[in-house]
Ligand binder design. Structure first.
Ligand SMILES: [Zn+2]
Length: 288
């Protein structure tokens, strides 16, 4: 648990990723107190994010964001190459159990953003919310972006999130599809409930015991927010001094809650004065 494992199905020229979290997920669920159906969608999106983070280079950050006009208006998942993850959602209405992706997210789209250290620009992909699940949307993404047949299974409940994918290796594409079809058929017997209740070794044995499978070392996954007083200070500075002072006058202090971990950052008049004295923003013309 709380780790990402890569594996190779050597006998069938396919690879895979398996990720599972419990402790941090329970923390996220406890902080946000989501209704069951919202929790389910956040969990599946987080599972998808954990799988997508498997290829991140050191220092990289993956953001998966769904924004739309449906019952869940915003869902954001972030996973760093260091295995730190966080997730949040905003909803205006509680989805019903079993509702489809487009009903829950409206005409939304799924944005996958990869920020890589040293890269001039982030890599971005806009994924249509096709099919009935994030698993189906993710399979579509891999088919388009990597042009590799991929199968995804995502499981989430109140206790844990477990996600798994299998993917055909590029070098096998010229060959007969028989091996891949076998992997696909075996993977197709996997249900989300089962996925959520078995460890990786048992899971791989259950599915691929007739194949030669190599499992790589685990990478730890930890719920850790990326917010800090410095980051929130920068947000307040971005408001400009005039707007910050107006907010202060109206509310007595500037109070910002992190939507991911619910940490509260408060700035009183002395804090705000200091912020703009230290870093005169665009709104300031009295300093410098
Ligand atoms: Zn936070």
């Amino acid at each position: 648990m709380n780790q990402l494992r890569r594996f190779l199905i050597e006998s069938a020229e396919a690879r895979g990723d398996w990720a599972s979290i419990d402790q941090g997920w329970q923390e996220i669920v406890g902080l946000a107190n989501y209704p069951d159906t919202v929790r389910q969608w956040v969990g599946e999106a987080l599972g998808a994010g954990l799988l997508l983070s498997s290829n991140l280079k050191s220092g990289g950050l993956l953001t998966l964001q769904v924004r739309g006009s449906g019952k869940i208006g915003l869902l954001v998942v972030q996973v760093g190459a260091d295995g730190h993850y966080r997730a949040t959602a905003e909803y205006s209405e509680t989805p019903l159990a079993g509702e489809s992706l487009d009903t829950v997210f409206g005409d939304g789209s799924l944005l996958i953003n990869l920020a890589l250290p040293g890269a001039r620009e982030d890599y971005q992909a806009l994924v249509p919310l096709e099919g009935n699940s994030f698993a189906a949307a993710l399979e579509g993404y891999f088919a388009r972006s990597e042009q590799l047949p991929t199968r995804v299974c995502l499981g989430a409940d109140a206790q844990s999130v477990t996600a798994m994918l299998v993917q055909r290796l590029p070098e096998s594409l010229q060959k007969d599809a028989q091996d891949w079809e076998r992997v696909e058929a075996l993977f197709g017997t996997l249900g989300a409930d089962e996925l959520n209740n078995l460890d990786v070794e048992t899971m791989l044995h259950r599915l691929f015991h007739e194949e030669q499978v190599r499992v790589y070392d685990p990478k730890p996954l930890t719920f850790q927010c990326r917010c800090s007083r410095e980051r929130v200070s920068a947000m307040v500075q971005n408001l400009g001094e005039e707007d910050a002072q107006a907010l202060l006058a109206e509310q007595g202090k500037i109070s910002v809650d992190c939507e991911f971990c619910k940490a509260n950052y408060a700035f009183d008049s002395a804090d705000v004065a200091l912020l703009f004295a230290a870093n005169p923003g665009q709104g300031s013309d009295t300093l410098q």
